[in-house]
Design a protein around this ligand. Structure first.
Ligand code: OGA
Ligand code: MN
Length: 201
């Protein structure tokens, strides 16, 4: 099974890995203090019922949506989010600017949402870059489940020319080109993450 290159959250290292492999794993993004604050913020918002069932497109019936993706989300720039969310958006935006200098991908803006997947929920195989909208260039998914066990499920499955890669959704962040197909497998327990995208305007 192919493996994902593991890199420091440093623009040079990420750019090299993306160039060579189209994806990488960053165990130290975000740092442990910010990761704990983000998790606490997400749990608070979930307890306050601030998260909404995610949508999948224009023709969005509730039943269809639940079959495709089962998470509930809240954008990090929502006023109800805490300081950790703004801090992480700033971190991601700094990374966006640094990567832009190195990759010339025209990464103009960042968007990110918290996501909570109830037990049993997943997100079927998809691309973050749609046929009629190529605004999303890079996807970054951050995991906020420090005590996740390998047998809890919920892997992020990346489909690649050379096979599939399953990432355990415990901590750190995965970065991949948004044109790559991927899937979220159902988990035995609630699964917390942040999905972020660097976009072209
Ligand atoms: C998404 C997504 C992956 C994950 O939100 O588009 O693919 O591991 N998330 O949560
Ligand atoms: Mn996705």
């Amino acid at each position: 099974m192919p493996a994902l290159p593991v890199v420091a959250p440093d623009a040079d290292a990420i750019a090299m890995a993306l160039h060579a492999h189209g994806a990488c794993y960053m165990p130290a993004l975000p740092d442990v203090v910010l990761a704990a604050a983000l998790r606490a913020d997400l749990l608070r918002l979930r307890n306050e019922n601030a998260l909404d069932a995610a949508s999948v497109g224009r023709a969005d019936s509730h039943a269809l949506r639940r079959e495709i993706r089962g998470d509930a989300t809240l954008w990090l720039d929502d006023a109800r989010c805490g300081e950790a969310a703004s801090a992480y958006l700033a971190t991601l935006d700094t990374l966006r600017v640094e990567l832009n200098h190195r990759l010339f991908l025209g990464l103009d803006e960042v968007e990110a949402h918290y996501a909570a997947y109830p037990p049993g929920a997943g997100y079927t195989r998809h691309r973050d870059r749609f046929h009629d909208d190529d605004a999303r260039v890079l996807s970054i998914v951050t995991y906020l489940n420090p005590d996740w066990r390998d047998d809890d499920g919920g892997a992020l499955r990346l489909y690649r020319d050379d096979g599939v890669i399953d990432i355990v959704p415990r901590s750190g962040s995965v970065c991949f080109l948004s044109e790559h197909e991927h899937e979220v497998l159902p988990a035995r327990r609630e699964r917390f993450s942040i999905a972020a995208w660097f976009r072209r305007r």
